[in-house]
Design a binder for this molecule. Structure first.
Ligand SMILES: Cc1ncc(COP(=O)(O)O)c(C=O)c1O
Length: 391
């Protein structure tokens, strides 16, 4: 071949040989070819396993999807470009053969509320909200609105309510309705929604699973009923995570249980300490003795592990005083997101719930003096010292 052709073809597409790399490499190839066209045809026909085109899947993503399925249970996982992409495809798949109506928990991440109200409703979906911590209200909403799907978070953002997912799954299955759960705050270390009867479990990989503040990603883990539709939709609409991000997420997942255990233990201490601080009016933490969902917490979360998010209200603080508190933090990172190795603090009124209407904020209980702390893996004394000097 001439240099122009050799520059394009040499070096690439070598057979892997007998060796096996200990960690999965980043496969950036956009397409794959085989010794014979017949083999490629069989891959396209799903008659033999293999890769054909990167919008369908690639070996780096498959490795990540395999480990996520092993953590969450279920038939299989689709890794997506963000947590929001995961929620969107999960809702579409859940309602593909069911009514285009969703009953959603009124306590949800702000962008999820926007997805429902500003994207799906204009597309013809009927959207209804209910207090998922009140089982009778969920039952009434199902009977009244005949939805195709229910949507909830395992531990809600930002007030950390824990709805009785196991009972809600029973209601959903009895009514032939799909249950989609956003498991981001709990992670599969604490709760595996599919084992409790949910149909699709979503994670923002950006948070605890990747855990280092350097990658955006999401995942949908599906039961057997929805898996083929999930993959088929993904192949056509193309929301897949890129292989670089899949590699980073996979690297994060390896230490995720270790990090999460430490973060949960730190959070117990932080919540207890905040509860005794004179400048703190109220602490929201599923491990707190006065938590309104104590029964569901006992049933659904492992003993002593309540997640690593702690929200609290600063006594009589105005917005300016909350900003002052945040500006004084020295180690805790004042930024949006959560679940990273470093502790992070965010003001839901300004960021995650900025565009949620005042009535919905009031109904859920998001007040102007509320901050949300994602407890990291640092030494807990340093987290407490930083909070103390800033308060
Ligand atoms: C509970 C929850 N679900 C989903 C998301 C969306 O994830 P991503 O930012 O990866 O799209 C977030 C983001 O903060 C979240 O808090």
């Amino acid at each position: 071949m001439k240099i122009q052709s050799r520059a394009v073809h040499s070096g690439d597409r070598k057979k892997a040989g007998p060796q096996i790399p200990v960690s999965t490499p980043i496969y950036t190839a956009s397409s794959y070819f085989y010794d014979t066209t017949e083999q490629l045809d069989q891959v396209f026909a799903f008659e033999t396993p293999g890769y054909a085109y990167a919008r369908y899947d690639n070996p780096t993503n498959s490795a990540l999807e395999e480990v996520l399925t092993s953590l969450e249970g279920g038939r299989g996982t689709l890794a997506t470009a963000s947590g929001m992409a995961a929620i969107e495809i999960a809702l579409r798949v859940a309602t593909m053969t069911r009514p285009r109506a969703i009953v959603a928990a009124d306590a949800l991440y702000g962008a999820t509320i926007k997805l429902l109200n500003q994207i799906l409703e204009p597309l013809g979906f009927r959207i209804h909200y209910a207090d998922f911590c009140d089982l009778a209200e969920v039952e009434r909403a199902i009977a009244r609105t005949q939805p195709g799907c229910l949507l909830m978070e395992t531990i809600s953002n930002p007030l950390l309510r824990v709805a009785p997912m196991d009972r809600i799954a029973e209601l959903a299955r009895a009514a032939g309705v799909a249950l989609v759960v956003d498991n981001t705050f709990a992670t599969p270390l604490l709760v595996r929604p599919l084992e409790l009867g949910a149909h699709l479990s979503v994670n923002s990989l950006t948070k605890y699973l990747a855990g280092h503040g350097d990658v955006l990603g999401g995942s949908v883990t599906s039961d057997a009923e929805h898996y083929d539709a999930l993959r088929a939709t993904g192949r056509v609409t193309g929301p897949l995570l890129g292989p670089f991000e899949a590699y980073l997420a996979m690297r994060g997942v390896k230490t995720f249980p270790l990090r999460m255990e430490r973060q949960c233990a730190n959070a117990v201490e932080v919540a207890e300490w905040l509860g005794g601080h004179p400048k703190v009016e109220r602490v929201h933490f599923p491990g707190g003795a006065a938590h309104p969902d104590a029964e569901a917490v006992r049933r659904l979360l492992p003993a002593g592990q309540f997640g690593a998010m702690v929200s609290f209200e600063i006594r009589a603080a105005s917005r300016a005083e909350v900003f002052g508190f945040m500006d004084r933090l020295k180690m805790i990172v004042r930024a949006t997101s959560l679940g990273d190795v470093h502790s992070m603090l965010l003001y839901p009124w300004m960021s995650s719930h900025r565009d949620v209407g005042p009535e919905q904020k009031a109904r859920v209980g998001i007040r102007e003096n509320l901050v949300r702390l994602s407890v990291g893996i640092e030494a807990v004394e340093d987290i407490l010292a930083d909070l103390d000097q800033a308060l």
